[in-house]
Design a protein around this ligand. Sequence first.
Ligand code: PNS
Length: 170
Amino acid sequence: MTLFKKEISHEKTVAVFPGSFDPVTVGHIDLIERSAVVFDEVVVAVACNQEKTPLFTVEERIKMIEQVFSHNLQVKVETFSGLLIDYLIKREAHVIIRGLRAVSDFEYEFQMALMNRKLAPGIETFFMTSSALYTYVSSRIVKELASLGGDVSDLVHPLVEKKIKAKYSS
Ligand code: PNS
């Protein structure tokens, strides 16, 4: 698998950006947009059955991400369950993209990347550093803040903010 393959062949470069996205944050959006500069297609893969009590259903999460990226035809949104590498194999994709915000992310991400490489040596994990502006942003922090009535307008897309407000006001 060669990066920028499009310059030497007509094969489309597809990268999978997996996660829980409960909900998608400005940090995710930044990474997805930047990935789309490097790869022809970025598949945002929303994991099923990760958390026992998610705030949003998988369908709601997919719909929000689709709406946020409705202008970008390079971004596709799907769901997967089971092993991530099985999904990539089925999808004929070779690249997993993960974001790194801080050193604290590294240990778990490194472990996951090594396990995925052991399970499927042909699939590579690419790490992207999050933008300095968003290193403190996580879906968990967004939910905690919103549940206590805090302002999350800088942390999520306006349409996601609206959906979170609706969840916590009902
Ligand atoms: O947003 P998250 O919680 O950091 O996403 C983690 C996710 C969903 C990418 C990861 O837990 C995952 O890949 N789950 C699927 C099961 C799997 O393949 N695990 C890694 C090898 S054991």
